[in-house]
Each structure stands twice: as structure tokens, then as C-alpha cells.
Design a protein around this ligand. Structure first.
Ligand code: NAI
Length: 340
């Protein structure tokens, strides 16, 4: 531990995996922080394990509700550091009331997520996932592998923040017509990149592909539901790399059965906690909705891996350890406070 740091320059990390630890080890060593890795997800019942540390560092599926925050405050942990951009799993109002600081990593590599969204669409549309398996079994037939050109297709980007804007630009590179919806439009950016803003209704009604890049909030929960999906163009493709609960999975299943949706690619799933990031290959999958989704040939699910690039992991580790170090040293300028 560095001399500049107070004694409590220690931090408990939850829901950690080896592929991320190497980046945190490197950043932690540089900042002089001692890291205690836990494989389980943080919740009220196990919050005592953060005792003696300056911070609890959490990821997308830790359950940082009011009870958990009360437990952390009770053992003197002053900081919750999210090593991700979204913060829907933290009760930030309760944190503020309890005097806890919450920080996140607002941008690490928006390219990683945007590129994954496009990779999902290309894989799904051009049936690469099916072709890969087929060829490995020496089946070189092409039946069922017909896709469509992305060129001149109409792509709807819902949420033109850091990730949505990059996704839009990539789609423009394919020669797509890109329509965007965001309550806070980036007008200059849209003009410069040939993107047109439209209302949510129009986007849903007219686009061949809809890609979600907005945060999960109480207002956006199940934004894609039976009703809104029924207003989409018949056979449209839906891509969700944002948060699972933006989409009503049961409604998606019905829309896939009826052909209302032509394809669905999900990097996130509304009940992903406890399923994603883990190996369940030798146990029975308990989630019947996810199991049903996985039976469709035109559904592609990845396990919340859109962020998983070397560049993103390095940036996440550096920003997170920098924020924790600053907090531990009592510096006012902690990067991107979600709540003080
Ligand atoms: P950002 O904060 O830069 O942009 C979000 C945009 O959504 C903003 O422009 C905002 O005005 C807009 N928005 C808010 N409410 C909206 C609504 N009702 N309809 C349409 N737009 C709305 O966030 P960023 O960095 O672009 O990330 C977007 C989301 O991607 C995050 O909230 C997070 O949930 C998700 N994400 C997923 C990752 C993954 O590995 N799958 C990794 C990183 C982020």
C-alpha cells in the first residue's frame, strides 16, 4: 500500500471473474489499493464482507438496494463504485440519504458495445451462428441461410448517447438509413452524420431493425412490450445490448411465434441475474422463458458480453481504481459521481 493512502485503502470487489481481475490487479497495483475479490454478488445479507474497506465495487447484477446500502453504511463503507455505466441496480436515492457516494464508469469503450450490437445483427441476419455449426458437421448446404442486405435498410436507434451514436455511425457506414429517437436529441451530430430524428412511434412503425441504447429507468421498463412490438414493421429485427428489463421477454416470444418479429438478438435479459456470467451447462436451466427464447433459430443470445474487449476492461479498471483512490484520499473530485 502506498504511503499517501490512508490505512483503509482496501476495497471489496463483488461478482468478479478471472478475465477481469487481471486488469484490476494491474490498475490496483498502480494506485496502491488492496483488492479483496469475491465471486458472489453483493446483497444485503452478505454486505458485511465489505467491512474494513473504503469501498464496495460492484457490477451489473449486484443487488445494491436500500437494505444493502444501510448495511454498508453501518460498517463504515463510504463508497459504492460501479465498474459499469448503468446504475439501475443501485438505489441512488437511498445512497444519497445514507451519505454514501456512488461512482460509475460513464464511458469506457462505447465502441465495444456498439460494435457488439452490429456483430449480433450481422450474425443473426446472415445466419452465421447456424452456418458455423452446420459446416463443423460437414453439412455445406445453404437451405435456411438466406439473409438480407443491410444496405439501404432503415435502422432505428433508440437512445443516442455515447453508444447509440457510434452504433448509428457504423450503420451509416453500411449505407443504412438511420432514424433515431431520444428525448434529448443531438441535433448537430445528427446533421453531421446523416441521421434523422423521429418520434418513437414512427421509428417503431417504419424501421427494419431497432437497436436499443437507452438506460433502464422506471419509465423505460418494458418499453418494448406486446403493444409497442405490435406497432413495429412486420418481420423487423430487434437488438438489445442495453438492459434486459427494457424488453418484455414473454411478448417477444409471442411476436417471434407470430412472425411479427423476424429476429431478436439479446446481450441482456430481464432475468439474467444468477444465469449470465455462469456456467450452467451441467445443470437444468430453471428459467422457462429464457429456455423458450433459446429454441428459436432466429434468436441470438450472448451473456452480457458487449463490454468485453481489452480496451474496455482496461479503461473500466483504470477509471474505477482512480475513483476509489481519490475517494480514499479524501479528494473532492471523484470521477463521475452518480450521487454524492
Ligand atoms: P448515455 O447516457 O451516453 O446515453 C443514453 C441515452 O439514452 C441518452 O442520450 C438519453 O437521453 C437517452 N434516453 C433516455 N431515456 C430515453 C428514452 N425513454 N428513449 C430514448 N432515449 C432515451 O449511455 P450509453 O453509454 O450510451 O449507454 C447506454 C446503455 O447501454 C446504458 O444505460 C447501459 O444500460 C447499456 N450498456 C450495456 C453494456 C453491455 O455490456 N451490454 C455496456 C455498457 C452500457
Amino acid at each position: 500500500m502506498s504511503d499517501e493512502l490512508p490505512e483503509r485503502g482496501r476495497v471489496a470487489f463483488y461478482d468478479t471473474k478471472s478475465y477481469a481481475r487481471v486488469y484490476f490487479d494491474a490498475a490496483g497495483a498502480a494506485g496502491g489499493m488492496e483488492i479483496v475479490y469475491q465471486e458472489f454478488r453483493l446483497e444485503a445479507a452478505n454486505a458485511f464482507t465489505a467491512e474494513g474497506g473504503v469501498a464496495a465495487c460492484v457490477f451489473v447484477n449486484d443487488k445494491v438496494d436500500r437494505r444493502c446500502l444501510e448495511a454498508l453504511a453501518g460498517i463504515g463503507v463510504g463508497l459504492v463504485a460501479l465498474r459499469c455505466a448503468g446504475f439501475n441496480n443501485v438505489d441512488v436515492k437511498a445512497a444519497g440519504e445514507l451519505g454514501l457516494t456512488v461512482v460509475r464508469v460513464p464511458a469506457y469503450s462505447p465502441h465495444a458495445v456498439a460494435e457488439h450490437a452490429v456483430a449480433l445483427l450481422l450474425t443473426l441476419n446472415r445466419k452465421i451462428h447456424r452456418a458455423y455449426n452446420r459446416v463443423r458437421e460437414l453439412n455445406f448446404s445453404l437451405g435456411g441461410l438466406v439473409g438480407f442486405d443491410l444496405f439501404e435498410k432503415r435502422v432505428g436507434i433508440v437512445g443516442t448517447g455515447k453508444i447509440g451514436r457510434i452504433a448509428a455511425q457504423i450503420f451509416r457506414g453500411f449505407g443504412c438509413e438511420v432514424i433515431a429517437y431520444d428525448p434529448f436529441p443531438q441535433v448537430e451530430w445528427a446533421q453531421a452524420n446523416g441521421v434523422e430524428y423521429a418520434g418513437f412511434e414512427e421509428l417503431m412503425r417504419t424501421c427494419d431493425v431497432v437497436s436499443l441504447h437507452l438506460p433502464l429507468t422506471p419509465e423505460t421498463h418494458h418499453l418494448l412490450n406486446a403493444e409497442s412490438i405490435s406497432r413495429m414493421k412486420k418481420g423487423a429485427y430487434l437488438i438489445n445490448t442495453s438492459r434486459g428489463k427494457l424488453v418484455d421477454s414473454a411478448a417477444v416470444i409471442q411476436a417471434l411465434k407470430s412472425g411479427q418479429l423476424g429476429g431478436v438478438a439479446l446481450d441482456v435479459y430481464e432475468e439474467e441475474e444468477g444465469v449470465f456470467f455462469e456456467d450452467h451447462s451441467e445443470t437444468a436451466l430453471q428459467d422457462d422463458v429464457l429456455a423458450r427464447l433459446l429454441t428459436f433459430p432466429n434468436v441470438l443470445v450472448t451473456s452480457h458480453q458487449a463490454f468485453l474487449t481489452e480496451e474496455a476492461l482496461r479503461a473500466i479498471a483504470e477509471t474505477t481504481m482512480d475513483s476509489i483512490g481519490r475517494f480514499a484520499r479524501g479528494e473532492a473530485a471523484v470521477a463521475e459521481r452518480v450521487v454524492k
